[in-house]
Design a protein around this ligand. Structure first.
Ligand code: MD6
Ligand code: FE
Length: 204
């Protein structure tokens, strides 16, 4: 029996096959040429181990001013590149058939990078799920409940896996304990890229 806190967490293993992973990675790398990965700083002033960029009308950023969504890259000042079509299709199939996502956070994990337990709560409307796509090295993903006291469990996210935080799990605490270096050969130079699609802004 699954802990109550995990109802609403859905994992679609190998939702993207090897060819689809290669195709998506090529598009991601092309867009990253225009919107380079940069190393964000937490509101407390600590550089993150994960590098980030975004696609779509809105991008999630963190700096001394706090967490927020904004329409431009904090380093280049340019608008974020478009969200790849294949991701929009996945969202329509698995998250919401009518309302498209307006934000896609792109996380890059190189050697030793990880992400602490957090809630995704900077979006206007939590009734939309957050959909995540993993590429490259396998990650050890940890998920608990909405309270710090809730128990957590570890789930492996491999290249091509898609997961969804929806319904009662939408505000579940989650993070990346570590990446299993060398577990995939997809990404040049190694590591893992995670793409999370969200509806960040209000629905007009
Ligand atoms: C990651 N993922 O997989 C970090 N957030 O690198 C997330 O923070 C995340 O996987 C919301 C929904 C799904 C996720
Ligand atoms: Fe998250």
């Amino acid at each position: 029996m699954e802990p109550v806190s995990q109802i609403g967490f859905r994992l679609a293993p190998a939702a993207l096959d090897a060819a689809a992973q290669e195709a998506l990675l090529a598009q991601v790398l092309e867009k990253v040429a225009a919107a380079p990965f940069y190393r964000p700083v937490t509101p407390g002033g600590k550089p993150m181990s994960v590098e980030m960029t975004n696609f779509g009308p809105l991008g999630w950023v963190t700096d001394a001013g706090g967490y927020r969504y904004q329409p431009t890259h904090p380093v280049t000042g340019a608008a974020w590149p478009d969200i790849p079509e294949v991701l929009l299709r996945l969202w329509a199939e698995l998250a919401d058939p009518e309302i498209p996502p307006d934000a896609c956070l792109v996380n890059l994990y190189r050697d030793g990078a990880k992400m602490g337990l957090h809630q995704d709560r900077d979006e206007a409307d939590f009734s939309f799920p957050v959909l995540s796509v993993s590429l490259g090295d396998t990650a050890l993903f940890r998920i608990g409940g909405t309270s710090r006291r809730d128990p957590t469990t570890s789930v492996r996210l491999a290249s091509g896996d898609v997961c969804l935080l929806a319904g009662p799990a939408r505000l579940a605490r989650h993070g990346i304990d570590r990446i299993i270096a060398g577990s995939s050969r997809l990404i040049p130079g190694g590591g893992r890229i995670n793409l999370t699609l969200r509806r960040a802004g209000p629905v007009a």
